[in-house]
Write a protein that binds this ligand. Structure first.
Ligand SMILES: NC(=O)C1=CN([C@@H]2O[C@H](COP(=O)(O)OP(=O)(O)OC[C@H]3O[C@@H](n4cnc5c(N)ncnc54)[C@H](O)[C@@H]3O)[C@@H](O)[C@H]2O)C=CC1
Ligand SMILES: Nc1nc(=O)c2c([nH]1)NC[C@@H]1CN(c3ccc(C(=O)N[C@@H](CCC(=O)O)C(=O)O)cc3)CN21
Length: 294
């Protein structure tokens, strides 16, 4: 099923993001993770592409195919283009078609450390236009409530987002954010530009201090003072940090649901226990939202 059609059927759409393990030996653990996530009945599960931009040993198609075959849950396969040739992209798209996978998150991808890029696709927009022509996929794209880390300013970023949407994007997933005010401002701006495709809010439950540093360097998003204080106070207490991270994410989600968000995409990054804890805490709230749409 196309994810764009899931958005027509229900609100909020709930999804999880996972990544293929870096080591071949860890492949079994991802199957266990998927089994645990499947019990939570997500509308789809997204699978990131390669380890830090590498297309070698890529397990995205294999894992996506497993999710569809074994659990009948829609996979959303990420695909990045900055480091790929048209030939390589065609190869992956063909593999996706052969495996009955019809949803792709089309990304430019992080610039690899060695800056050894192929220049056949420079931006996500190029990839989206290319995939769209094939008429086989529902296409998702990333967007940035706080502006993309490389963008000169927010309005230029929005201008490029508009182009990306016009190139054939069916739905948007936001970069993670820790302050809902950025999301609400952004949603208003999209409305003013007549961008009306579904907008799913990306939420990441942060449960350790190292992750915070990683996220700031990778995404450049703002971490509220309140959250930094919690991390500092409980940095040596694993359980307390999990409690705090889950509570913080739930608080954000409840607020988003209250304002009628199209969906919540949880960047759980293979931490199925955390996903379970979040769903457990807000089960009744998620149900109310589904019923209202019936
Ligand atoms: N779930 C995931 O895996 C996610 C990954 N990302 C990462 O975010 C990064 C960016 O990916 P995308 O959003 O797909 O890239 P993009 O190509 O849409 O945008 C990248 C940058 O280029 C600018 N830009 C876009 N189109 C342009 C054009 N035609 N001419 C000039 N500048 C243009 C944008 O303003 C932005 O600063 C990647 O590092 C990606 O891997 C972001 C969100 C989610
Ligand atoms: N610029 C950018 N690149 C991305 O790949 C990306 C985003 N933004 N935003 C949305 C998601 C979030 N992503 C994330 C977020 C956190 C970790 C992380 O904490 N990684 C840890 C632990 C990994 C593990 O458990 O093995 C690390 O140390 O790499 C990884 C990917 C990937 N996505």
């Amino acid at each position: 099923m196309y994810i764009k059609d899931i958005f027509k059927e229900k609100k909020p759409v709930i999804s999880f993001e996972i990544f293929p393990p870096k080591k071949e030996s860890n492949i079994k653990t991802i199957y266990k993770t998927i089994d645990e996530l499947a019990q939570l009945n997500p509308d789809y599960i997204s699978v990131t592409y390669g380890a830090s931009g590498s297309i070698k040993n890529n397990k995205t198609v294999e894992i996506s195919s497993f999710i569809k075959r074994e659990y009948k849950i829609e996979p959303l396969s990420h695909l990045t283009c900055i480091n790929s040739s048209k030939k390589e992209i065609d190869e992956i798209l063909n593999q996706l078609i052969e495996n009955n996978i019809s949803n792709v998150l089309a990304l430019r991808g992080d610039i690899p450390n060695d800056k050894n890029i192929k220049k056949e696709f420079n931006y996500a927009e190029d990839l989206i236009r290319y995939i769209s022509k094939k008429k086989k996929f529902s296409i998702g794209a990333a967007c940035y409530p706080e502006g993309h880390i490389e963008a000169r300013n927010k309005s230029l970023d929005l201008y490029y987002l508009n182009k990306k949407v016009n190139a054939g994007t069916d739905f948007l997933i936001t970069q993670l954010f820790f302050d809902n005010k950025y999301f609400y401002d952004f949603r208003e701006k999209l409305k003013n530009r007549n961008i009306n495709i579904p907008l799913q809010a990306g939420i990441m439950p942060v449960v350790n201090k190292k992750q915070v540093e990683k996220i700031v360097s990778m995404c450049g998003v703002n971490i509220p003072e309140k959250f930094i204080k919690i991390m500092n106070k409980y940095e040596n207490n694993k359980e307390a940090l999990i409690d705090a991270g889950v509570t913080y994410a739930c608080d954000q989600i409840i607020d988003l649901l209250t304002t009628g968000v199209d969906g919540i995409h949880l960047y759980v990054m293979n931490k199925s226990k955390i996903a379970k804890e979040i769903v457990k805490r807000i089960t009744s709230i998620l149900k109310i939202n589904i019923k209202m749409e019936e």
